[in-house]
Design a protein around this ligand. Structure first.
Ligand code: 1CP
Length: 350
């Protein structure tokens, strides 16, 4: 399964190697900023039907790799296919983001299945199988899931919510029910990631997009502990499974996260100060990141300066160039081209 780990740049970095030319890919590299994505998106009735159409999902996964020559392809899907496979109603309204049948109180948890329905996710595994033979040999296929905390925020609020107030209140008011939901998501996510490896992904990323809204002790309880359980159980099922953690907003809690979670690399958001990241994080584990997506949207000298500062900070150790969060829909394609060119031209000269 891990064939190619000797040659694929991204897998070499995940194994702890420092490369003169860092591999580069971008979170949300497939999406509305690409005209070729928008034209495929029109062919599908809904966003979920695009995620569950293996032919189209494989195609949109490949689009950014073809256009920009990224070192990784990330499976085209969404973190909210897991609540869907647990029986919750999930839809995506155009321009408004996801809508779920909110879990308003502990009794609502009874509506969920006891375990993830792999039948519902079969198209995702088929997309992975199709991609395996279609990727250039140096490109790594990355699978993913949302971290239990981040997925729970959407399940409880029924969509995106400012500061994740509904989920935080639920966790304070009903800690036992909340722990049961997190435990269900730990099982479901482990199972889901193991199946992705069996279908052909070579690494996975665990997106904890809302880790940063929690107080430190809650962060340890609802983010660190569950993710540590997922990574431990996953490695039991898939020995050597490569995992990238992305606890967005974890800040000064990052060393604690790395002490407890055996991820192979950690994704850094753009707020992390670079010398702190080099000395306190990259010294422990390979890092991935951390360009501000707004610097990419802005382009010009702001982009160049930010790229150079990141290369300067991280080129001395194992490093994957990425954004500190996803590509924004209004990002000009020319700015992504400029970014790739700069990363490839500046890094080699060091
Ligand atoms: O119609 C459309 O085009 C919808 C836009 C869109 C896209 C392109 C959504 C809705 N999801 C995706 C794809 C997606 N989502 C990918 C695969 C593509 C790639 O990375 O290239 C991945 C990895 C995700 C992960 C995801 N979904 C996260 C974690 C990363 C992050 O951005 O923080 C989260 C929080 C979601 C939920 C979600 N799905 C879609 C939206 C608009 C949102 C955010 C909702 C919100 O909080 O407002």
């Amino acid at each position: 399964m891990l064939d190619g780990s000797q040659t694929k740049p991204l897998l070499r970095v995940l194994a702890g190697e420092r490369l003169t030319d860092p591999p580069v890919w971008l979170m949300r590299q497939a999406g509305r900023y690409l005209p070729e994505y928008r034209s495929i998106r029109q062919k599908a009735d809904s966003f979920l039907s695009l995620c569950f159409n293996p032919e189209l999902a494989a195609e949109v996964t490949l689009q950014p790799v073809r256009r920009f020559g990224f070192d990784a392809a990330i499976l085209f899907s969404d973190i909210l296919v897991v609540p869907h496979a647990l029986g919750q109603r999930v839809t995506f309204e155009d321009g408004e983001g996801p809508r779920l049948d909110a879990l308003a109180d502990p009794a609502a948890l009874q509506r969920l299945k006891r375990e993830i329905d792999h039948e519902a996710l079969a198209p995702v595994y088929e997309t992975i199988a199709r991609l395996k033979n279609k990727l250039p040999p140096a490109v790594t296929l990355i699978g993913f899931c949302g971290a239990p905390w981040t997925v729970a925020t959407y399940m409880i609020a029924g969509g995106g919510a400012a500061e994740q107030i509904p989920a935080r209140l639920f966790a304070y008011r009903h800690p036992q029910a909340f722990a049961a939901l997190i435990a269900l998501l730990v099982e479901a996510s482990t199972d889901y990631l193991a199946r992705q490896f069996e279908a052909g992904v070579e690494a996975v990323q665990i997106f904890d997009s809302w880790a940063g809204v929690l107080p430190a002790d809650e962060f340890r309880k609802w983010c660190i502990e569950p993710i540590a359980r997922i990574v431990g159980a996953l490695r039991h099922r898939v020995p050597g499974a490569k995992v990238i953690g992305f606890p967005r907003g974890a800040g000064t809690e990052l060393p604690c996260y790395l002490a407890a979670v055996a991820v192979d690399a950690v994704g850094l958001d753009w707020t992390i100060e670079l010398s702190f990241a080099r000395e306190r994080i990259q010294a422990l584990r390979p890092v991935q990141g951390n360009l501000d997506p707004l610097a990419l949207l802005a382009g010009g000298q702001a982009l160049d300066r930010a790229v150079d500062a990141i290369l300067e900070a991280f080129s001395g150790g194992p490093f994957i160039f990425n954004l500190g969060h996803g590509v924004l829909p209004d990002t000009p394609v020319a700015h992504v081209e400029r970014l790739i060119e700069r990363v490839r031209n500046r890094s080699g000269s060091r």
